[in-house]
Write a protein that binds this ligand. Structure first.
Ligand code: HEC
Length: 259
């Protein structure tokens, strides 16, 4: 055994608590927690005003979130036409192919492979530039694209931008709040869970943005993870603030009682 190992006792001392902190530290922690809390409320307000009514209805809803990330993919003129006035020109199976293609974002490769053969047979006799009719030209990809513009929500590129900013930013804030919260006196399982929770929630939330882009049901995950993050931060901040200013150690209390 080396000397260093012999010298170590484990655990060395009891963990530091808020009542061990100097007044200076208490000021520092209190100010940071208050500002972080304020920033969080601001973020919520911003979130509310930027998502509110995306789906045309007032208030922040699962639909707003789904539509932001997933888009409104049923909203193309082409789809409403083949479900409505043009339905008699296309059979059910072909229609499903077209709808699938629209849902996947109307890519050019799929157009050449699947859509062009269908449209050439079924639609182009009327929908061509030579017809002279004021109707969409369905004889080329450019023409079809005009009526196939799908709203696929936030682009993957801007999702990546927002994600990395959030991961760095929120990660650091979670780290700061957690650093302060470690001085709290609580049952260790509770403190450990509460320390981990914000990080898990941030990860789940941001993963769910991408998943929602793929399938709108994950909008629920976005909401649940966001809620968990808010809840765990609120608990960490409130417990810390309370213990910073009101929790006293036993020695202090006994000392007071003797007076
Ligand atoms: C017999 C000729 C004819 C055929 C075949 C035809 N269309 Fe049309 N289409 C029209 C006419 C006329 C209009 C404009 C009047 C209307 O909207 O009903 C139109 C309108 C449309 C519109 C525009 C709707 C809008 O939002 O203004 C779309 C999209 C469309 N057709 C798609 C198709 C598709 C896809 C097919 C093939 C599956 C098809 N059409 C086959 C004659 C045709």
């Amino acid at each position: 055994m080396s000397k260093i190992e012999q010298a170590e006792t484990c655990p060395a001392i009891r963990p530091r608590r808020f009542y061990d902190c100097s007044l200076n530290e208490k000021f520092l922690y209190t100010s940071f927690l208050m500002l972080a809390g304020l920033a969080y409320i601001m973020a919520l307000a911003y979130l509310y005003t930027s998502f509110d009514g995306i789906d045309g209805k007032p208030g922040l809803s699962v639909e707003d979130i789904a539509e932001n990330y997933y888009g409104n993919r049923s909203g193309t003129r082409l789809e409403s036409a083949i479900r409505g006035p043009m339905a008699s020109n296309i059979d059910k199976e072909q229609r499903n192919h077209v709808v699938e293609w629209l849902k996947s974002g109307a890519p050019e490769a799929g157009y050449e492979r699947v859509i062009k053969p269908i449209f050439s047979k079924r639609c182009v006799m009327c929908h061509n530039p030579a017809s002279g009719l004021p109707i969409p030209d369905l004889s080329s990809y450019e023409g079809v694209k005009q009526v196939a513009n799908v709203d696929t929500g936030v682009s993957l590129h801007s999702l990546m931008k927002v994600s990395h900013i959030h991961l760095f930013g929120i990660g650091l804030v979670a780290f700061g709040i957690g650093l302060v919260f470690r001085f709290a006196l609580l049952p260790s399982w509770f403190q450990q869970t509460l320390t981990l929770l914000p990080f898990i929630a941030i990860f789940a939330d941001i993963a769910a943005w991408f998943l929602t882009k793929w399938d709108p049901v994950y909008a629920y995950t976005v909401i649940i993870a966001g809620g968990l993050l808010g809840l765990s931060w609120a608990l960490q901040i409130l417990i810390s603030l309370y213990q910073i200013w009101f929790l006293r150690c036993r020695v202090e209390i006994e000392h007071d009682e003797q007076k």
